[in-house]
Each structure stands twice: as structure tokens, then as C-alpha cells.
Design a protein around this ligand. Structure first.
Ligand SMILES: Nc1ncnc2c1ncn2[C@@H]1O[C@H](COP(=O)(O)OP(=O)(O)OP(=O)(O)O)[C@@H](O)[C@H]1O
Length: 207
């Protein structure tokens, strides 16, 4: 068993000989929303990549669910990840992308119709992603991430491309996720999203 969903102890990462993270400590409890904030290049994405097991630590320990992150079905079945824009199937519509996600997860968190409604995509349900606006595509990425069941969300700038109204709505959706017991770790430049979370900087200190 584990007390912290994420437990970083002395996490140090060098990239290309440059020190990016230095002895970072972070403990995230179930149901918390934690925002990693800091200027461009301060190491937010690197930190997320370490927690996802995509970037090895130079030194220190990374535990997720009490174990080092493992690139296997057991780990990814519990972790929802939104970093870069996903690759879309060009011929599938917005609705069909969500149906695909719903079909492979027996216990989806919401129906496809509810996801279309929650993410304000009802009017674009029959459009293919390439015909969506940037913000609409980001809403589709978020809808797919939040439709599937997960325990931990790792989000890199989830506000990218979203208008002010939907950024506030995203804050509500993440709070609903946390109220259900989910945990969120996100890198963000959005002051509104950060204000609703526990803020840490990539140096590990409260921000
Ligand atoms: N593969 C790499 N090799 C060398 N340096 C790298 C590599 N990837 C990233 N860096 C550097 O590591 C530092 C941290 O990058 P990172 O992407 O984690 O920052 P960030 O806080 O997420 O930035 P942003 O707000 O711009 O997204 C930056 O100085 C970046 O240039």
C-alpha cells in the first residue's frame, strides 16, 4: 500500500549536461490537485515526464502508487496523460473518437453524449478533428482523457488553446475528478487553474 500517490525524493535530472531538477521533494496525496508553476524552461514538463516514467532520473527516487513508474498496462490503466496533441484518425469524427475511447474502457467515467455536452462539442460532434479549431481539438483531447477511468491525471498545459470561459470550466471538471478521489498533477501557465490547486515550483518549494 502507499500513502502518497506521487512521492519524489531528491529527484535530480540533468539534460544534455544541464541541471534541470535538483533534489526535488514532492508528496501528492489522493484527491489532491497540484499545479507545477514556473517560467518557461524551469523544468515543469521534465518533472511530469519523470512521474510518467518517460524521463529517467539522474538521481533520487520517483514513486507513483508506491512503486517506480512502469511502462506497462497496469500503470497506464491508472494514469491518464495529456502532453502533446494526440494523433487523430483523420476519417473519424469527434463523436467517433470518443466512442472509440468509451468502447475500450468498460467503466467509462461518462457517456459519449455527456462528454460532448461537458466539453462543449455537441455542435461539432460530426466534424473530423482536422476541421475543428485549435481550442475545440484541445477540448476533444481533454474529453477523451477524462472519459476513460483513471486514478491519476498528468496534464501538461491543459489550458492550451482554451478560451477564458472554458479554462474556468476545466477547473470545475478537474475539481469534480478530485472529488471522486482522483489526483491531478499538471503543469500550467494559467493563473486561474493554478489558484485552485496546490502550487509547487519545479524546485519543489511552494509557489
Ligand atoms: N533533450 C534535452 N536536452 C537538453 N536540454 C533539454 C532537453 N529537453 C529540455 N531541455 C531543457 O531543460 C529545461 C527544462 O525544460 P522543460 O521543457 O521541462 O521546461 P518547462 O518548464 O516545461 O518549460 P515551458 O514552460 O516552456 O513548457 C529547459 O532549459 C530546456 O531547454
Amino acid at each position: 500500500m502507499y500513502d502518497a500517490i506521487i512521492d519524489l525524493d531528491g529527484l535530480t535530472v540533468d539534460l544534455g549536461g544541464n541541471p534541470v531538477l535538483r533534489g526535488m521533494e514532492l508528496h501528492v496525496s489522493p484527491g489532491e490537485i497540484v499545479a507545477i508553476v514556473g517560467p518557461n524552461g524551469s523544468g515543469k514538463s521534465t518533472l511530469l515526464r519523470c512521474v510518467a516514467g518517460l524521463q529517467p532520473a539522474t538521481d533520487g527516487q520517483v514513486l507513483v502508487f508506491g512503486e517506480p513508474p512502469a511502462d506497462d498496462a497496469g500503470f497506464w490503466g491508472r494514469v491518464g496523460l495529456l502532453f502533446e496533441e494526440p494523433a487523430w484518425y483523420p476519417a473519424l469524427t469527434t463523436r467517433e473518437h470518443l466512442e472509440l475511447v468509451g468502447a475500450v474502457h468498460a467503466e467509462a467515467r461518462m457517456t459519449v453524449d455527456a462528454a460532448l455536452e461537458e466539453f462543449a462539442l455537441v455542435e461539432r460532434a460530426d466534424a473530423v478533428p482536422l476541421n475543428l479549431s485549435t481550442g475545440q481539438r484541445q477540448r476533444l483531447s481533454l474529453a477523451a482523457t477524462l472519459l476513460r477511468p483513471s486514478t491519476l491525471l498528468l496534464l501538461d498545459e491543459p489550458e492550451r488553446g482554451l478560451d477564458a470561459a472554458f479554462r474556468a470550466r476545466l477547473g470545475d471538471l478537474l475539481e469534480e475528478y478530485a472529488h471522486e478521489g482522483g489526483t491531478v498533477l499538471m503543469a500550467t501557465h494559467d493563473p486561474g487553474l493554478a489558484e485552485r490547486a496546490r502550487r509547487v515550483s519545479p524546485t519543489g518549494v511552494a509557489a
